[in-house]
Design a binder for this molecule. Structure first.
Ligand SMILES: Cc1cc2nc3c(=O)[nH]c(=O)nc-3n(C[C@H](O)[C@H](O)[C@H](O)COP(=O)(O)OP(=O)(O)OC[C@H]3O[C@@H](n4cnc5c(N)ncnc54)[C@H](O)[C@@H]3O)c2cc1C
Length: 493
């Protein structure tokens, strides 16, 4: 397969954004769509292979969600408390999380197209399941606004479904086919260069859609761009997201966008593997995330608290909390829970290492913390917990510590019911926030602020987020911009 070849649309990658773009291009009328994936077939799928793939989108509440989960029995569905999530809610969340820095046009496109994109997936045959509720109270299952469903079978289920659909539509997938160059310049792109095992070749097309992910698995690029101790970070997803396609596009003249010094970084078991945290067999996402910190306290290796564990539900804080952990001595921390906190865990099925003890002093000894300091931290925290308002896991309950720095702004319950547990955590990177600028048709912009003819992008390669991120927006962004890229790549050529 050397020399020069042609097709209608090239998609770089075979992760979720790539499958969505390939299917959308084929549905829009492209006859020959070729996906080029660097990984071998057994490792294709990018980050989705390690993810639960929940989606955040605009909807009108339980009645809208029902269409996605028709197999849930009526009596079970009746227990699901799903409030509407409006366009204003979603846009406010995006701008609040990104400290008002997200590109307004792209934020509006993401919000306005979110329901249509998820509906397009349903209509294309993708099956869905309810997410796990965030609180179970009196037999009722409460869901956070905007997040109620994920693709059946989680990330692997999503990949299998997309791959079957792409194959039915005649999309060609070439594994072990790393893209090693882009043909074109800052005005127009005509194809790519592929470093296949049998030899390099040029593949020309009317449009190229870049869906090659972030650069989080490349230590050199992490050191070059990200702030903080990211040399020591664990990579939660694929080892194949090494950012070279991002570099080729920047060299070509694509405009950089997003927060280059930052990324989605969440707390993870300190003993997790350096790359690719394993999936649950039933598709409920990766196994070693440590998201239940709002139900306890976190201390650093000096035994001191260092952030507000109860600032908001974890879905609004987890993507920045990994960075906070990474900034602590030794890039480590410990999540401390008593039995009340453990009973409220939302992710008890996550597998993680921990120590357990009948007293805080013994827990400190087992974890290597200074007992006097940890006992003092817990004592001062307990003394600052209020008796009112009542603890309520369904919402921000305003049960905040009094006179403590840093505060715990919600769900502040004393750590007083043994046995106690300490989970060692560090920072895990999910994806990077720096990437290329696209417009609202997913076309890549150049440094002269003009669209590059024939070049589109979707997924983590797009520079979109700053500082923080509302959970489950990555998959929605993929579906929205991949669908637009696939359609416009065909229409515009
Ligand atoms: C553990 C975990 C849990 C997550 N949970 C969720 C969730 O529930 N909801 C949500 O919205 N988001 C979630 N995310 C984030 C989300 O999965 C990612 O944002 C999303 O999968 C990125 O999709 P992508 O297609 O852009 O990149 P990827 O899925 O990473 O795909 C990129 C592909 O490009 C290939 N590639 C790279 N370089 C080249 C090259 N030179 N040539 C050819 N191919 C190349 C890679 O091999 C890879 O297959 C999670 C991520 C992780 C890691």
């Amino acid at each position: 397969m050397t020399g020069r070849q042609e097709c209608d649309v090239i998609v770089i990658g075979a992760g979720s954004a790539a499958f969505e773009a390939a299917v959308a291009a084929r549905q829009a009328g492209a006859v020959r769509v070729v996906m080029l994936e660097k990984a071998p077939e057994a490792e294709y799928g990018g980050n989705a292979r390690y993810s639960g793939t929940g989606f955040r989108f605009v909807h009108g509440g339980a009645a809208d969600i029902r269409a996605f989960v028709p197999d849930v029995p009526d009596d079970v569905f009746a227990t699901m408390q799903i409030n509407p999530y409006t366009a204003e809610d979603f846009e406010r969340d995006l701008q609040r999380m990104t400290l008002g820095r997200m590109n307004g046009e792209l934020a509006r496109t993401l919000v306005a197209e979110s329901a249509r994109a998820v509906r397009w997936m349903l209509d294309s045959g993708i099956k869905w399941e309810p997410l796990k509720e965030h609180a179970l109270v009196d037999g009722k299952r409460y869901f956070e606004r905007g997040i109620a469903i994920h693709v059946a079978g989680g990330g692997i289920g999503q990949l299998r479904q997309w791959r079957a659909l792409a194959q039915r539509l005649g999309v060609e997938i070439r594994f072990e086919s790393p893209v090693c160059g882009i043909l074109g310049d800052m005005r127009a792109v005509e194809g790519v260069r592929v470093a296949a095992r049998e030899g390099s070749y040029e593949l020309r097309a009317r449009a190229v859609i870049a869906c090659s992910g972030g650069f989080q698995a490349n230590p050199e690029m992490r050191a070059r761009y990200l702030s903080g101790a990211t040399d020591f970070i664990k990579v939660r997803g694929t080892r194949h997201d090494t950012g070279e396609v991002t570099r080729y596009l920047l060299e070509l003249g694509a405009r950089p966008a997003g927060h280059w010094q930052s990324g989605h970084m969440s707390p993870i078991d300190a003993n997790a593997p350096d790359f690719e945290t394993p999936q649950h067999e039933d598709g409920r996402g990766n196994t070693q995330s440590r998201y239940d910190y709002p139900m306890g306290i976190s201390v650093n290796a000096l035994g001191q608290r260092f952030f507000d564990e109860g600032e908001a539900q974890h879905s609004y804080t987890y993507a920045k909390t990994g960075r906070a952990v990474l900034a602590q001595p030794g890039a480590r921390a410990f999540q401390i829970y008593d039995q009340k906190g453990l009973a409220r865990q939302r992710y008890p099925h996550h597998v993680a290492s921990y120590e357990e003890a009948a007293s805080i002093e013994e827990l400190a000894r087992k974890t290597g913390l200074e007992p006097a300091v940890l006992c003092d931290t817990v004592k001062r925290f307990n003394a600052a917990c209020p008796s009112e308002p009542a603890f309520d896991p369904r919402r921000l309950d305003g049960r905040a510590t009094r006179g403590l720095e840093p505060p715990k702004s919600n769900w502040a319950n004393p750590i007083d019911t043994p046995p106690y547990r300490a989970y060692p955590v560090t920072g895990g990177i999910t994806f990077t926030f720096g990437g290329v600028q696209i417009d609202s048709r997913a076309q890549v912009m150049n440094v002269a602020d003009q669209p590059i003819r024939g070049l589109y992008a979707s997924g983590d390669i797009v520079g979109l987020f700053f500082h923080n991120y509302p959970s489950f927006t990555g998959q929605t962004r993929n579906a929205v911009f991949s669908r637009l890229a696939g359609e416009h790549a065909v229409r515009a050529n």
